[in-house]
Write a protein that binds this ligand. Structure first.
Ligand SMILES: NC(=O)c1ccc[n+]([C@@H]2O[C@H](COP(=O)([O-])OP(=O)(O)OC[C@H]3O[C@@H](n4cnc5c(N)ncnc54)[C@H](O)[C@@H]3O)[C@@H](O)[C@H]2O)c1
Length: 347
């Protein structure tokens, strides 16, 4: 069985989506849509699909089994609601929503439609972090008590994504939620949030650095730091450097996706660097690989072999952590996450 899909938003990152879908067995993107006709036609030509400039028109004409929404955040809610109402399994790129009411509305729309809603959170699908999670599950270091996730670079992200220089909520909304989802994947759910934000690059509008402390429900802690204005040579972009400590040992993820598992028996090295996809290029290959891995997972969900990872409902907490960071930074206080969510995540 091949599931028929439609993509909405033929922009910078969606090109990776399209290559990933071509690699996914059991899925075929038959239609693409962009309000910019030229972009829709270019994708249609490059990937063999029918172009549209209106999402509703495309959904009515094509009746896809699944819809991949790859636009920027301000259009997520209307497009996700349209896709779900058409009866399609729906995927939404991150950031899922800019506000708590928008995120809740999309989750409720999925419940009403009775269709799965997934958020394209690909960091947890990076090969190295799948291997780290497998080590944790196998008990290599015991139950983790501490994680450090660090994403610091000086790469010019504004060249491919000029909107990032203009948005008021930048670092936390663009990268924070990836890292918070990863922290939940490795360390479990979160009970408290404290954060400090900085705007280091004077030419951009929002915060481009943050340092966050997550208290996990089981007593573990994660320290998460990110900077888009950190200069080292070679620049590690787009790698996440990690360390996870447990009572029996430590797992490190270093540059080049090199994993080192320290236990009382010594140090074991694991190569966490995935092959470069035929359509990919270093140093983006492990991100491109994670997109393909996520999309293969979507086919498993369509086939009924897997539960969405992460679902829209699961991603609510990740968004709440992100919004709690803004509140914490503004008030210089630690935010109790359950209370913050109960209050509707006020900024
Ligand atoms: N997961 C990741 O690793 C990753 C990496 C980069 C970007 N992203 C996310 O991907 C999303 C898209 O980013 P981008 O840089 O590709 O943006 P982009 O601006 O290059 O592309 C967005 C496209 O959506 C189109 N669009 C807007 N409204 C539309 C509508 N109503 N119907 C149809 N098309 C519409 C625009 O014309 C544009 O072509 C963002 O939310 C970004 O955060 C994720």
């Amino acid at each position: 069985m091949t599931w028929r899909g439609a993509l909405i938003g033929c922009g910078f990152f969606a090109r990776n989506h399209m290559h990933g879908w071509q690699d996914a067995e059991g899925a075929d993107i038959v239609a693409v849509c962009d309000i910019d006709r030229g972009r829709a036609e270019t994708f249609a030509r490059d990937f063999g699909a029918t172009p549209f400039t209106d999402a509703q028109e495309m959904l009515t004409a094509i009746r896809p089994d699944f819809v991949d929404v790859a636009t920027t955040v301000e259009t997520h809610r209307p497009l996700v609601e349209l896709a779900l109402a058409s009866g399609a399994l729906t995927i939404c790129q991150k950031p899922f929503a800019a506000s708590w009411p928008d995120a809740l509305a999309m989750v409720e729309a999925a419940d009403r439609a009775g269709r799965p809603l997934l958020v394209h959170e690909n960091f947890r699908w990076q090969h190295a972090f799948r291997l780290v999670r497998a080590e944790i599950e196998a008990g290599a270091i015991g139950r983790p008590s501490f994680a450090r996730l660090s994403f610091r670079h000086g790469f010019d992200v504004y060249a491919n994504q000029p909107y990032l220089a203009e948005v008021e909520d930048f670092g936390l909304m663009d990268m924070g939620l990836h890292l918070f989802d990863l922290a939940r994947f490795l360390m479990g759910d979160v009970a408290s949030v404290a954060c400090h934000t900085q705007r280091l690059n004077p030419r951009i509008r929002g915060e481009d650095a943050f340092t966050a402390l997550l208290g996990h429900t089981d007593g573990g802690v994660s320290g998460i730091d990110c900077s888009f204005f950190a200069k080292t040579t070679p620049d590690p972009f787009p790698e996440t450097i990690a360390r996870i400590d447990g009572p029996e040992g430590t797992i490190e993820v270093g540059v080049g996706c090199r994993i080192r598992v320290h236990t009382r028996d010594g140090v074991r090295e694991i190569d966490g660097d995935p092959p470069v996809p035929a359509w990919g290029t270093r140093p983006w290959h492990f991100v491109q690989d994670s997109v393909a891995a996520f999309e293969a997972h979507v086919v498993d969900v369509l086939d009924g072999r897997a539960e969405p990872q992460p679902s829209g409902r699961h991603n609510l907490e990740t968004l709440a952590i992100t919004l709690a960071c803004y509140r914490s930074a503004a008030r210089r206080e630690t935010v109790d996450l359950a209370g913050f969510i109960a209050a509707g995540c006020p900024r």
